[in-house]
Design a protein around this ligand. Structure first.
Ligand SMILES: [Zn+2]
Ligand SMILES: [Zn+2]
Ligand SMILES: [Zn+2]
Length: 370
């Protein structure tokens, strides 16, 4: 390979890494936001202004990449005849050279348009302007609401990749992309999981990561819907932060957490145990305070060996629901030995008498479908 080809390949890869930084570049701080952090200011202090500046810098940097190539060629003296290449070179070269000069000019023109009237025509300002309820408010008052909410620690921030991140604050859902920030107000947004796709993390492990694509549709006029893509493990955080329910259509299957899976298996297993008859008045489950207790611990497993790990008799009245009992059971097991959880033992949360899964009885008035 000639030097020029190697140089061109190197520049191409470098450009690609600037546009779409790989993990190594991100951790080394070699991304547009970190290289220009002084110009951009603090995202926490002024979220909207930070991202307006970031889009401008991004456009500027992208637009000079081709010109940078030609300048670097000159500087490297690889092509002693760069000037002749441009003047009398092929049509391709002439087009490339003209384009590389035109891009920064066009970018400057675009940036100037964005800056008119204090960024009124910038895509971010236009997006925010759609949330002004009346003429007294302009996009800046929406921006200051968002800034204030972003400063709080209760927001969640999920990075989809090196270019895109999703932020949920108390009232807003924001998707940060290279050239804009897509916005939805939670009060009128509906969220629907579109699909779940599974990826193997690496060739060495068998563990898989699942990603969910969630469509955020705004009920507000002119506000475009957008899709956010998050790791399934971040789903719970997002769901907790968002005031609206996230609809999961029946055809979308996504992995449950180990705990959720265990609760299901636990409940299915205790269904075949003998029931416990009671007419006692029962309060709410003391684990979740949301449902009536529906399980009772009673020694049924026939383990009479008298060893010091054998099951014992629990005299507590039913105080727990099956979900909470399953979670309690799981929480007392070694977290890295999930395969033995079901065959392990646990102690009653109240009296600490030992029990196994065979000793967990549903109350006889419990609906079997529950
Ligand atoms: Zn409960
Ligand atoms: Zn007990
Ligand atoms: Zn037992």
């Amino acid at each position: 390979m000639s030097d020029e080809v190697i140089f061109s390949l190197f520049y191409l890869i470098l450009s690609f890494c600037i546009v779409y930084p790989p993990v190594e570049f991100v951790s080394a701080g070699f991304t547009i936001p970190s290289l220009f952090s002084r110009v951009l200011g603090s995202e926490d202090e002024n979220f909207v202004s930070y991202h307006i500046k970031r889009t401008i810098v991004t456009l500027g940097v992208y637009s000079i990449l081709p010109l940078g190539y030609i300048i670097a060629l000159f500087a490297s003296e690889l092509f002693e005849n760069v000037s002749t290449l441009i003047v009398s070179g092929s049509l391709f070269w002439k087009i490339f050279f003209t384009t590389s000069l035109a891009l920064p000019v066009l970018a400057l023109y675009q940036i100037r348009n964005w800056m008119i009237d204090d960024f009124k025509y910038h895509p971010i300002a236009i997006n925010l302007g759609k949330f002004c309820n009346n003429n007294n408010r302009d996009w800046k008052s929406v921006a200051s609401d968002i800034n204030a909410e972003f400063r709080r620690i209760d927001k969640i921030c999920v990075r989809t990749n090196s270019l895109i991140k999703v932020i949920a604050t108390e009232n807003w859902i924001l998707k940060v992309t290279p050239f804009t920030v897509l916005t939805a107000h939670q009060s009128d947004a509906s969220l629907v999981v579109q699909k779940a796709d599974t990826h193997q993390i690496s060739l060495q492990t068998t563990s898989e990561t699942q990603y969910l694509s969630i469509e955020v549709k705004s009920g507000r006029q002119n506000v475009d819907s957008f899709v956010i893509r998050i790791n399934a493990s971040d789903f719970k955080d997002l769901e907790d932060r968002i005031a609206r329910d996230i609809t999961i259509p029946a055809n979308v299957k996504f992995h449950k957490t180990v705990m959720e899976q265990f609760v299901e298996v636990f409940k299915a297993t205790i269904k075949s145990n003998a029931r416990y008859e009671t007419t006692e008045e029962l309060d709410q489950c003391i684990g979740c305070m949301q449902t009536r207790p529906n399980v009772k611990l009673q020694k049924l497993c026939g383990d009479a060996s008298g060893r010091n790990d054998s099951c014992m008799t629990c005299y507590c009245k039913p105080m727990w629901c099956a979900d909470c009992m399953a979670k309690w059971f799981a929480s007392r097991q070694e977290s890295d030995q999930q395969s033995t959880w079901l065959s392990s033992k646990c102690t009653c949360p109240m009296c600490r008498s030992r029990f196994c899964i065979l000793d967990v009885s549903l109350l006889d008035n419990t609906d079997a479908e529950e």
